[in-house]
Design a protein around this ligand. Sequence first.
Ligand SMILES: Cc1cc2nc3c(=O)[nH]c(=O)nc-3n(C[C@H](O)[C@H](O)[C@H](O)COP(=O)(O)OP(=O)(O)OC[C@H]3O[C@@H](n4cnc5c(N)ncnc54)[C@H](O)[C@@H]3O)c2cc1C
Length: 403
Amino acid sequence: MEYCKEQLKCVWVHGPIIVGAGPSGLAVAACLSHHGIPYVILERSHCITSLWQHRTYDRLKLHLPKHFCELPLMGFPPNFPKYPSKDQFISYTQSYASRFSIHPRFNQTVHTAEFDQSSEIWVVKTPDFQYISPWLVVATGENAEPVFPSIPGIDKFRGPILHTSVYKSASQFKNQKVLVIGCGNSGMEISLDLSRHNAFPHMVARNTVHVLPREMFGFSTFGIAMALLKWIPIKLVDKLLLVVARFMLGNTDRYGVRRPKTGPLELKLVTGKTPVLDVGQVAQIKAGNIKVMEGVKEITRNGAKFLDGQEKEFDAIILATGYKSNVPTWLKSCESFTKEGMPKREFPKGWKGENGLYTVGFTRRGLLGTASDAVKIAKDIADQWITVKDKSYCNSHIVLLRS
Ligand SMILES: Cc1cc2nc3c(=O)[nH]c(=O)nc-3n(C[C@H](O)[C@H](O)[C@H](O)COP(=O)(O)OP(=O)(O)OC[C@H]3O[C@@H](n4cnc5c(N)ncnc54)[C@H](O)[C@@H]3O)c2cc1C
């Protein structure tokens, strides 16, 4: 591979290249700074934490208590509530970036990143620049791109169809019949939002899903589960959680929200499927304010036909069909990732790949996984840094080789 063959400005980065300035990229940057290691962050958007700033709904709060969502080296402000709002989380990440003097290079969408075997260096290209470094940290997230399902007839629908990534609030759907396709955390919370704004949500629950109370006996369900797992096997913890969930929420199967056969924690471990944490959705379902529908057979001009034979009219459709990683679109000739864009090595080993490649935030464990990855990555690079520093090519950590 020849560098700078194309008309790109060529930049030698003395330190790792981090792709993505979400919480994961910021966490690695802060930990590297802590070890005195310079880096460059490339971010496609014009701001940090762009998923939270641009692609989340207004009523979003952290699903887990704040102490499970802290980034390394800096906790949440003590005056924040137990479950910070989206705006509070964004302001926390902004303070974090400023505390650790993190200044990403914005509007730098990475189109390709490839390891050059001959010179043992990563070559990372954006539309105008070519960055080179011995280390590449993939921090583009498990939720980089929205997933749009192919449903028969969807192009015929006369009303608006939007993905949850562009949904902000229910105010635009007052008095409307809205079909929400998907019953994960986003689908359920948006259905709740709609039901509280005098809209008429119909939520499609094609797949089975575990709904657990967000808290049990005044403690976070997640916290209880983590504590119990230290003492008793996962299957038993699952049984206990399900007994309490049944006591608090009733039998959700009766309302069309069918539980998987495998318990919630075991399912998360094996498939990565997160249980839905109830913040009022089940009560709305029981009250009939959120109607649960079986799978969609077909979308029609005015609504939808369902698998159980019902046909209904709708004013709008919201696709709560999730997100996917975009790593396969830009990381070339790399054996460390699956075709779905997830590290092949499973947690807790997935953070380190081959040839100076690292991945952060791909553990299916949310911000808790991010923090653990970031600390390990920075430590691993720090261990190599002394050697590289001895061979230092220059004093500055970014060098423009050719413009
Ligand atoms: C609605 C919603 C609610 C959530 N709630 C929680 C919660 O309560 N608790 C929790 O722990 N997790 C939650 N998550 C999971 C969430 O993804 C993580 O908390 C967190 O945002 C992951 O951080 P990240 O940096 O790994 O990924 P992201 O936040 O997705 O950041 C990745 C960054 O990479 C950038 N990027 C992508 N591709 C490129 C490219 N080719 N070139 C350059 N830059 C690129 C993106 O623009 C983005 O800024 C939620 C997710 C969603 C969608």
